[in-house]
Design a protein around this ligand. Structure first.
Ligand code: UGA
Length: 431
Protein backbone atom coordinates (compact mmCIF):
# COMPACT_ATOMS: atom_id res chain seq x y z
CA UNK A 1 0.00 0.00 0.00
CA UNK A 2 1.05 3.62 -0.48
CA UNK A 3 0.77 5.50 2.78
CA UNK A 4 1.33 9.13 3.70
CA UNK A 5 1.84 10.05 7.36
CA UNK A 6 1.29 13.76 8.01
CA UNK A 7 3.10 15.03 11.12
CA UNK A 8 6.52 13.79 12.19
CA UNK A 9 6.31 14.02 15.96
CA UNK A 10 7.14 10.85 17.86
CA UNK A 11 3.85 9.11 16.96
CA UNK A 12 4.20 10.07 13.28
CA UNK A 13 7.79 8.91 12.88
CA UNK A 14 7.22 5.67 14.78
CA UNK A 15 4.04 4.88 12.81
CA UNK A 16 5.70 5.69 9.47
CA UNK A 17 8.71 3.49 10.23
CA UNK A 18 6.58 0.60 11.50
CA UNK A 19 4.20 0.66 8.49
CA UNK A 20 7.28 0.77 6.22
CA UNK A 21 8.64 -2.29 8.02
CA UNK A 22 5.50 -4.18 6.89
CA UNK A 23 6.66 -3.60 3.28
CA UNK A 24 4.42 -0.62 2.51
CA UNK A 25 5.67 2.48 0.72
CA UNK A 26 5.47 5.27 3.27
CA UNK A 27 6.09 8.98 2.91
CA UNK A 28 6.41 11.03 6.09
CA UNK A 29 5.28 14.62 5.57
CA UNK A 30 5.84 17.68 7.72
CA UNK A 31 5.74 21.42 7.04
CA UNK A 32 8.90 21.91 9.13
CA UNK A 33 11.79 21.76 6.61
CA UNK A 34 14.49 21.39 9.29
CA UNK A 35 12.77 18.38 10.78
CA UNK A 36 12.33 16.76 7.36
CA UNK A 37 15.95 17.46 6.39
CA UNK A 38 17.13 15.72 9.57
CA UNK A 39 14.84 12.75 8.98
CA UNK A 40 16.02 12.47 5.37
CA UNK A 41 19.54 12.15 6.74
CA UNK A 42 18.44 9.37 9.07
CA UNK A 43 18.46 11.49 12.20
CA UNK A 44 15.48 11.38 14.59
CA UNK A 45 14.95 14.91 16.01
CA UNK A 46 14.17 13.57 19.52
CA UNK A 47 15.32 10.65 21.68
CA UNK A 48 13.24 7.48 21.41
CA UNK A 49 14.93 4.11 22.05
CA UNK A 50 15.20 1.89 18.96
CA UNK A 51 13.72 4.44 16.57
CA UNK A 52 16.90 5.57 14.79
CA UNK A 53 17.78 1.96 13.99
CA UNK A 54 14.29 1.29 12.60
CA UNK A 55 14.31 4.52 10.60
CA UNK A 56 17.70 3.82 9.02
CA UNK A 57 16.72 0.25 8.23
CA UNK A 58 13.53 1.34 6.44
CA UNK A 59 15.22 4.20 4.62
CA UNK A 60 17.78 1.72 3.33
CA UNK A 61 15.08 -0.55 1.90
CA UNK A 62 13.60 2.49 0.13
CA UNK A 63 10.22 1.95 1.81
CA UNK A 64 10.38 5.14 3.85
CA UNK A 65 10.96 8.65 2.53
CA UNK A 66 10.19 12.16 3.77
CA UNK A 67 8.93 15.34 2.17
CA UNK A 68 7.50 18.77 2.92
CA UNK A 69 5.32 18.74 -0.23
CA UNK A 70 1.69 17.62 -0.11
CA UNK A 71 1.55 17.37 -3.92
CA UNK A 72 4.40 14.83 -3.80
CA UNK A 73 2.98 12.54 -1.14
CA UNK A 74 -0.83 12.71 -1.16
CA UNK A 75 -1.95 11.99 -4.77
CA UNK A 76 -0.52 8.45 -4.78
CA UNK A 77 -1.48 7.61 -1.17
CA UNK A 78 -4.25 5.08 -0.51
CA UNK A 79 -4.14 5.89 3.19
CA UNK A 80 -3.34 9.33 4.57
CA UNK A 81 -2.71 9.30 8.30
CA UNK A 82 -2.98 12.68 10.00
CA UNK A 83 -1.10 12.77 13.27
CA UNK A 84 -0.43 16.42 13.98
CA UNK A 85 -0.47 18.04 17.43
CA UNK A 86 -3.79 18.90 19.10
CA UNK A 87 -2.64 21.08 22.02
CA UNK A 88 -5.10 22.54 24.49
CA UNK A 89 -5.94 26.25 24.76
CA UNK A 90 -5.48 28.21 28.00
CA UNK A 91 -9.12 27.28 28.86
CA UNK A 92 -8.37 23.59 28.27
CA UNK A 93 -10.25 23.29 24.99
CA UNK A 94 -8.69 21.30 22.20
CA UNK A 95 -7.00 23.39 19.53
CA UNK A 96 -7.65 21.81 16.14
CA UNK A 97 -5.80 24.46 14.09
CA UNK A 98 -3.04 22.08 12.96
CA UNK A 99 -5.51 19.34 12.12
CA UNK A 100 -7.57 21.59 9.87
CA UNK A 101 -4.45 23.14 8.33
CA UNK A 102 -3.29 19.63 7.36
CA UNK A 103 -6.77 18.78 5.97
CA UNK A 104 -6.81 22.03 3.99
CA UNK A 105 -3.44 21.20 2.45
CA UNK A 106 -4.17 17.57 1.65
CA UNK A 107 -7.72 18.00 0.30
CA UNK A 108 -6.83 19.20 -3.25
CA UNK A 109 -4.58 16.17 -3.79
CA UNK A 110 -6.80 13.46 -2.34
CA UNK A 111 -7.12 10.50 -4.75
CA UNK A 112 -10.47 8.80 -5.31
CA UNK A 113 -11.13 5.90 -2.90
CA UNK A 114 -8.32 6.95 -0.58
CA UNK A 115 -8.85 6.94 3.19
CA UNK A 116 -8.08 9.85 5.52
CA UNK A 117 -7.23 8.54 8.96
CA UNK A 118 -7.25 10.85 11.98
CA UNK A 119 -4.69 9.54 14.47
CA UNK A 120 -4.38 12.79 16.42
CA UNK A 121 -6.35 12.83 19.68
CA UNK A 122 -9.56 14.76 18.97
CA UNK A 123 -12.93 14.97 20.72
CA UNK A 124 -15.84 12.81 19.62
CA UNK A 125 -17.81 14.63 16.97
CA UNK A 126 -14.70 15.88 15.16
CA UNK A 127 -14.85 13.31 12.36
CA UNK A 128 -18.18 14.47 10.85
CA UNK A 129 -16.82 18.04 10.92
CA UNK A 130 -13.61 16.95 9.19
CA UNK A 131 -15.66 15.11 6.58
CA UNK A 132 -17.68 18.23 5.81
CA UNK A 133 -14.50 20.31 5.69
CA UNK A 134 -12.83 17.91 3.24
CA UNK A 135 -15.90 17.56 1.02
CA UNK A 136 -15.94 21.33 0.57
CA UNK A 137 -12.31 21.19 -0.60
CA UNK A 138 -11.89 17.98 -2.61
CA UNK A 139 -12.58 17.62 -6.33
CA UNK A 140 -14.68 14.49 -5.59
CA UNK A 141 -16.46 13.06 -2.56
CA UNK A 142 -15.09 9.57 -2.94
CA UNK A 143 -12.87 9.20 0.08
CA UNK A 144 -13.18 7.25 3.32
CA UNK A 145 -12.61 8.57 6.82
CA UNK A 146 -11.56 6.86 10.03
CA UNK A 147 -10.29 7.48 13.54
CA UNK A 148 -7.28 5.42 14.60
CA UNK A 149 -6.39 6.49 18.15
CA UNK A 150 -2.85 5.98 19.36
CA UNK A 151 -1.93 4.22 22.59
CA UNK A 152 1.88 4.10 22.49
CA UNK A 153 3.97 5.53 25.33
CA UNK A 154 7.05 7.67 24.90
CA UNK A 155 10.22 5.84 25.82
CA UNK A 156 8.75 2.50 24.66
CA UNK A 157 7.07 3.80 21.50
CA UNK A 158 8.57 1.30 19.05
CA UNK A 159 7.82 -1.73 21.23
CA UNK A 160 4.31 -0.46 22.03
CA UNK A 161 3.59 0.01 18.31
CA UNK A 162 4.90 -3.44 17.42
CA UNK A 163 3.04 -5.12 20.31
CA UNK A 164 -0.13 -3.12 20.97
CA UNK A 165 -2.74 -4.28 23.50
CA UNK A 166 -5.38 -3.43 20.90
CA UNK A 167 -5.95 -1.51 17.68
CA UNK A 168 -9.10 0.60 17.67
CA UNK A 169 -10.55 1.55 14.29
CA UNK A 170 -13.39 4.07 14.34
CA UNK A 171 -15.26 4.19 11.04
CA UNK A 172 -18.64 3.69 9.41
CA UNK A 173 -17.94 2.09 6.02
CA UNK A 174 -17.08 -1.63 5.65
CA UNK A 175 -14.37 -0.93 3.01
CA UNK A 176 -12.61 1.45 5.39
CA UNK A 177 -12.65 -1.11 8.21
CA UNK A 178 -11.41 -3.82 5.82
CA UNK A 179 -8.49 -1.77 4.52
CA UNK A 180 -7.34 -0.62 7.95
CA UNK A 181 -7.71 -4.15 9.33
CA UNK A 182 -5.48 -5.40 6.52
CA UNK A 183 -2.94 -2.68 7.26
CA UNK A 184 -2.62 -3.84 10.87
CA UNK A 185 -2.72 -7.60 10.24
CA UNK A 186 1.07 -8.09 10.60
CA UNK A 187 0.78 -6.99 14.25
CA UNK A 188 -1.46 -9.98 15.15
CA UNK A 189 -3.18 -7.69 17.63
CA UNK A 190 -6.79 -7.62 18.71
CA UNK A 191 -8.62 -5.24 16.39
CA UNK A 192 -11.76 -3.53 17.64
CA UNK A 193 -14.14 -1.88 15.20
CA UNK A 194 -16.09 1.00 16.68
CA UNK A 195 -17.97 4.08 15.62
CA UNK A 196 -15.69 7.13 15.24
CA UNK A 197 -17.19 8.77 18.34
CA UNK A 198 -16.66 5.63 20.45
CA UNK A 199 -13.08 5.29 19.20
CA UNK A 200 -12.31 8.86 20.15
CA UNK A 201 -14.04 8.56 23.51
CA UNK A 202 -12.09 5.34 24.17
CA UNK A 203 -8.84 7.23 23.62
CA UNK A 204 -9.69 10.16 25.89
CA UNK A 205 -11.26 7.89 28.49
CA UNK A 206 -8.19 5.58 28.57
CA UNK A 207 -5.85 8.47 29.29
CA UNK A 208 -8.30 10.04 31.77
CA UNK A 209 -8.73 6.71 33.56
CA UNK A 210 -4.97 6.19 33.87
CA UNK A 211 -4.59 9.77 35.12
CA UNK A 212 -7.37 9.08 37.66
CA UNK A 213 -5.61 5.92 38.82
CA UNK A 214 -2.39 7.87 39.40
CA UNK A 215 -4.21 10.72 41.19
CA UNK A 216 -6.10 8.23 43.35
CA UNK A 217 -2.96 6.40 44.48
CA UNK A 218 -1.23 9.74 45.11
CA UNK A 219 -4.05 10.60 47.50
CA UNK A 220 -3.77 7.24 49.23
CA UNK A 221 0.00 7.84 49.48
CA UNK A 222 -0.69 11.16 51.23
CA UNK A 223 -2.95 9.35 53.71
CA UNK A 224 -0.23 6.74 54.35
CA UNK A 225 2.09 9.53 55.44
CA UNK A 226 -0.41 10.45 58.15
CA UNK A 227 -0.59 6.99 59.71
CA UNK A 228 2.70 5.17 59.17
CA UNK A 229 1.44 2.88 56.41
CA UNK A 230 3.73 2.27 53.44
CA UNK A 231 2.10 2.88 50.06
CA UNK A 232 4.14 0.14 48.40
CA UNK A 233 2.80 -2.38 50.93
CA UNK A 234 -0.71 -1.00 50.45
CA UNK A 235 -0.41 -1.42 46.68
CA UNK A 236 0.84 -4.96 47.22
CA UNK A 237 -2.17 -5.62 49.43
CA UNK A 238 -4.61 -4.29 46.85
CA UNK A 239 -3.07 -5.50 43.60
CA UNK A 240 -3.90 -9.18 43.98
CA UNK A 241 -7.55 -8.31 43.57
CA UNK A 242 -7.83 -9.07 39.86
CA UNK A 243 -10.31 -6.26 39.40
CA UNK A 244 -7.65 -3.82 40.55
CA UNK A 245 -4.34 -5.23 39.25
CA UNK A 246 -0.74 -4.25 39.92
CA UNK A 247 0.07 -2.00 37.02
CA UNK A 248 0.30 1.67 36.52
CA UNK A 249 -0.49 3.27 39.82
CA UNK A 250 2.80 4.12 41.37
CA UNK A 251 2.68 7.40 43.28
CA UNK A 252 4.88 10.40 42.69
CA UNK A 253 4.63 14.09 41.92
CA UNK A 254 1.59 13.67 39.68
CA UNK A 255 1.32 12.88 36.00
CA UNK A 256 3.17 14.91 33.36
CA UNK A 257 4.08 14.61 29.70
CA UNK A 258 2.45 15.73 26.50
CA UNK A 259 -0.72 13.66 26.87
CA UNK A 260 -2.34 13.19 30.29
CA UNK A 261 -2.41 16.83 31.47
CA UNK A 262 -3.67 17.93 28.04
CA UNK A 263 -6.20 15.14 27.54
CA UNK A 264 -7.68 15.48 31.04
CA UNK A 265 -8.05 19.24 30.51
CA UNK A 266 -9.61 18.69 27.07
CA UNK A 267 -12.06 16.05 28.28
CA UNK A 268 -13.02 18.30 31.20
CA UNK A 269 -13.57 21.21 28.78
CA UNK A 270 -15.56 18.92 26.49
CA UNK A 271 -17.73 17.81 29.45
CA UNK A 272 -18.44 21.44 30.29
CA UNK A 273 -19.25 22.19 26.64
CA UNK A 274 -21.94 19.50 26.61
CA UNK A 275 -23.50 20.72 29.86
CA UNK A 276 -21.83 18.24 32.25
CA UNK A 277 -19.86 20.78 34.23
CA UNK A 278 -19.86 18.84 37.52
CA UNK A 279 -17.38 16.12 36.78
CA UNK A 280 -14.43 14.34 38.29
CA UNK A 281 -12.12 15.55 35.53
CA UNK A 282 -12.07 19.16 36.75
CA UNK A 283 -10.89 17.95 40.16
CA UNK A 284 -8.34 15.65 38.61
CA UNK A 285 -6.65 18.47 36.77
CA UNK A 286 -6.73 20.70 39.86
CA UNK A 287 -5.29 18.00 42.14
CA UNK A 288 -2.49 17.31 39.69
CA UNK A 289 -1.66 21.00 39.32
CA UNK A 290 -1.38 21.63 43.07
CA UNK A 291 0.51 18.44 43.90
CA UNK A 292 4.09 19.68 43.44
CA UNK A 293 3.66 22.96 45.40
CA UNK A 294 1.89 21.08 48.20
CA UNK A 295 4.52 18.35 48.50
CA UNK A 296 7.35 20.85 48.32
CA UNK A 297 5.80 22.77 51.16
CA UNK A 298 6.17 19.66 53.29
CA UNK A 299 9.69 18.98 51.99
CA UNK A 300 10.68 22.56 52.81
CA UNK A 301 9.81 21.95 56.46
CA UNK A 302 11.59 18.58 56.50
CA UNK A 303 14.87 19.97 55.12
CA UNK A 304 14.68 23.15 57.20
CA UNK A 305 14.08 25.59 54.33
CA UNK A 306 15.61 25.79 50.87
CA UNK A 307 17.51 29.08 51.18
CA UNK A 308 21.21 28.56 50.47
CA UNK A 309 20.81 24.78 50.12
CA UNK A 310 22.63 23.04 47.30
CA UNK A 311 20.02 20.88 45.64
CA UNK A 312 20.73 18.24 42.98
CA UNK A 313 17.70 17.68 40.77
CA UNK A 314 18.12 14.34 39.01
CA UNK A 315 15.92 13.58 36.00
CA UNK A 316 14.74 16.57 33.96
CA UNK A 317 12.61 14.78 31.34
CA UNK A 318 8.97 13.97 32.16
CA UNK A 319 9.74 10.24 32.42
CA UNK A 320 12.69 7.90 31.75
CA UNK A 321 13.99 7.04 28.27
CA UNK A 322 12.87 10.26 26.61
CA UNK A 323 14.26 13.76 26.20
CA UNK A 324 10.72 15.18 26.21
CA UNK A 325 10.28 17.87 28.87
CA UNK A 326 6.64 18.76 28.21
CA UNK A 327 4.94 19.07 31.63
CA UNK A 328 8.03 17.55 33.24
CA UNK A 329 8.06 17.85 37.06
CA UNK A 330 11.57 19.34 36.84
CA UNK A 331 10.15 22.56 35.42
CA UNK A 332 7.93 23.32 38.40
CA UNK A 333 10.41 21.90 40.93
CA UNK A 334 13.40 23.92 39.71
CA UNK A 335 11.44 27.18 39.49
CA UNK A 336 10.06 26.63 42.99
CA UNK A 337 13.52 25.89 44.44
CA UNK A 338 15.04 28.95 42.76
CA UNK A 339 12.24 31.15 44.10
CA UNK A 340 13.02 29.82 47.58
CA UNK A 341 16.71 30.74 47.28
CA UNK A 342 18.24 27.31 46.61
CA UNK A 343 21.33 26.65 44.47
CA UNK A 344 20.16 24.08 41.94
CA UNK A 345 22.23 21.70 39.87
CA UNK A 346 20.30 19.67 37.32
CA UNK A 347 21.21 16.39 35.67
CA UNK A 348 19.56 14.24 33.03
CA UNK A 349 20.97 11.54 30.73
CA UNK A 350 19.18 13.03 27.68
CA UNK A 351 17.01 16.07 28.42
CA UNK A 352 19.47 18.68 29.74
CA UNK A 353 19.70 20.62 26.47
CA UNK A 354 15.91 20.87 26.20
CA UNK A 355 15.56 22.13 29.78
CA UNK A 356 18.38 24.63 29.27
CA UNK A 357 16.47 26.11 26.33
CA UNK A 358 13.20 26.17 28.28
CA UNK A 359 14.20 27.59 31.67
CA UNK A 360 15.53 31.10 32.16
CA UNK A 361 19.28 31.22 32.81
CA UNK A 362 20.46 32.26 36.25
CA UNK A 363 23.70 31.84 38.16
CA UNK A 364 21.76 29.82 40.74
CA UNK A 365 20.94 27.10 38.22
CA UNK A 366 23.71 25.00 36.71
CA UNK A 367 23.77 21.67 34.95
CA UNK A 368 26.03 18.69 35.54
CA UNK A 369 27.52 16.47 32.88
CA UNK A 370 27.40 13.44 35.18
CA UNK A 371 25.64 12.14 38.27
CA UNK A 372 28.93 12.32 40.19
CA UNK A 373 29.23 16.02 39.45
CA UNK A 374 25.56 16.71 40.28
CA UNK A 375 25.56 14.92 43.61
CA UNK A 376 29.08 15.69 44.87
CA UNK A 377 28.36 18.64 47.19
CA UNK A 378 24.59 18.45 47.41
CA UNK A 379 22.76 19.07 50.67
CA UNK A 380 19.56 17.70 49.16
CA UNK A 381 19.32 15.16 46.35
CA UNK A 382 15.98 14.96 44.56
CA UNK A 383 15.60 11.82 42.45
CA UNK A 384 12.76 13.06 40.24
CA UNK A 385 12.69 10.56 37.39
CA UNK A 386 13.35 6.83 37.47
CA UNK A 387 16.08 6.75 34.82
CA UNK A 388 17.91 3.39 35.28
CA UNK A 389 21.21 5.27 35.74
CA UNK A 390 19.75 7.19 38.69
CA UNK A 391 18.17 4.11 40.31
CA UNK A 392 21.43 2.15 40.11
CA UNK A 393 23.66 4.97 41.30
CA UNK A 394 25.64 4.55 44.53
CA UNK A 395 24.74 7.72 46.44
CA UNK A 396 26.48 6.53 49.62
CA UNK A 397 29.90 7.57 48.22
CA UNK A 398 28.83 11.22 48.56
CA UNK A 399 27.60 11.04 52.13
CA UNK A 400 29.51 13.68 54.10
CA UNK A 401 30.19 13.03 57.78
CA UNK A 402 28.59 15.21 60.46
CA UNK A 403 26.35 17.24 58.12
CA UNK A 404 22.71 16.45 57.43
CA UNK A 405 21.94 15.41 53.86
CA UNK A 406 18.53 14.52 52.48
CA UNK A 407 17.42 12.33 49.61
CA UNK A 408 13.93 12.92 48.25
CA UNK A 409 12.94 9.87 46.22
CA UNK A 410 9.83 11.02 44.37
CA UNK A 411 9.37 7.71 42.51
CA UNK A 412 10.14 5.42 45.49
CA UNK A 413 12.81 3.71 43.43
CA UNK A 414 15.93 4.03 45.59
CA UNK A 415 17.00 1.65 48.35
CA UNK A 416 15.73 3.29 51.52
CA UNK A 417 17.60 0.90 53.88
CA UNK A 418 21.00 1.46 52.28
CA UNK A 419 20.55 5.22 52.13
CA UNK A 420 19.38 5.59 55.73
CA UNK A 421 22.12 3.24 56.93
CA UNK A 422 24.62 5.55 55.20
CA UNK A 423 23.19 8.47 57.17
CA UNK A 424 20.98 10.15 54.59
CA UNK A 425 17.60 11.44 55.71
CA UNK A 426 15.34 9.63 53.28
CA UNK A 427 12.01 11.07 52.12
CA UNK A 428 9.83 8.92 49.87
CA UNK A 429 6.22 9.35 48.71
CA UNK A 430 3.62 7.70 50.91
CA UNK A 431 6.11 5.88 53.11
C1 UGA B 1 0.43 8.16 27.81
C2 UGA B 1 -0.35 6.83 27.77
O1 UGA B 1 0.22 5.94 28.73
C3 UGA B 1 -0.31 6.19 26.38
O2 UGA B 1 -1.10 5.01 26.36
C4 UGA B 1 -0.87 7.20 25.37
O3 UGA B 1 -0.81 6.70 24.05
C5 UGA B 1 -0.08 8.49 25.44
O4 UGA B 1 -0.14 9.01 26.79
C6 UGA B 1 -0.69 9.46 24.48
O5 UGA B 1 -1.85 9.83 24.65
O6 UGA B 1 -0.04 9.77 23.46
P1 UGA B 1 3.02 8.85 27.94
O7 UGA B 1 2.51 10.25 28.13
O8 UGA B 1 4.10 8.61 26.96
O9 UGA B 1 1.79 7.88 27.52
O10 UGA B 1 3.61 8.39 29.34
P2 UGA B 1 3.20 7.44 30.55
O11 UGA B 1 4.23 6.39 30.69
O12 UGA B 1 1.80 6.99 30.46
O13 UGA B 1 3.36 8.45 31.79
C7 UGA B 1 2.54 9.60 31.95
C8 UGA B 1 2.77 10.22 33.30
O14 UGA B 1 2.23 9.40 34.34
C9 UGA B 1 4.25 10.41 33.68
O15 UGA B 1 4.39 11.66 34.29
C10 UGA B 1 4.53 9.30 34.65
O16 UGA B 1 5.57 9.58 35.56
C11 UGA B 1 3.20 9.21 35.37
N1 UGA B 1 2.98 7.89 36.00
C12 UGA B 1 2.93 6.78 35.24
C13 UGA B 1 2.85 7.81 37.38
O17 UGA B 1 2.89 8.84 38.10
N2 UGA B 1 2.67 6.60 37.95
C14 UGA B 1 2.59 5.45 37.22
O18 UGA B 1 2.40 4.37 37.82
C15 UGA B 1 2.72 5.54 35.84
Amino acid sequence: MNICVIGTGFVGVVSAAVYASFGHTVVGLDIDPNRIEKLKQGSVPFFEPGLTELLLEQQKTGHLTFTTHYQEAVPSAEIIIVVVGTPSTAEGQVNLTYLYAACESLAPYLAEDSIVVIKSTVPPGTLPDVKKFLIERTKHHKFGLAALPEFLKEGTAVQDTLHPDRIIIGATEPEVFAKLEKLHQPLHAQIIKLSPASAQMAKYASNAYLATRITFINQIADLCEKNGADILEVIQGMSLDQRIGAQYWYPGLGYGGSCFPKDVKELAAYSRSVGLADNLLNDLDYLNEVRIPRLFNTYKKLVGGWTGKKVAVLGLSFKPNTDDIRDAPSIKVIQLLLNEGAEVIGYDPKATENIKLFLAQTEHLTYAASLDQAVKDADVIIALIEWPEIIKYDFTQHRRKDVPQWIIDTRNQLNRQILTAAGYRYIGVGR
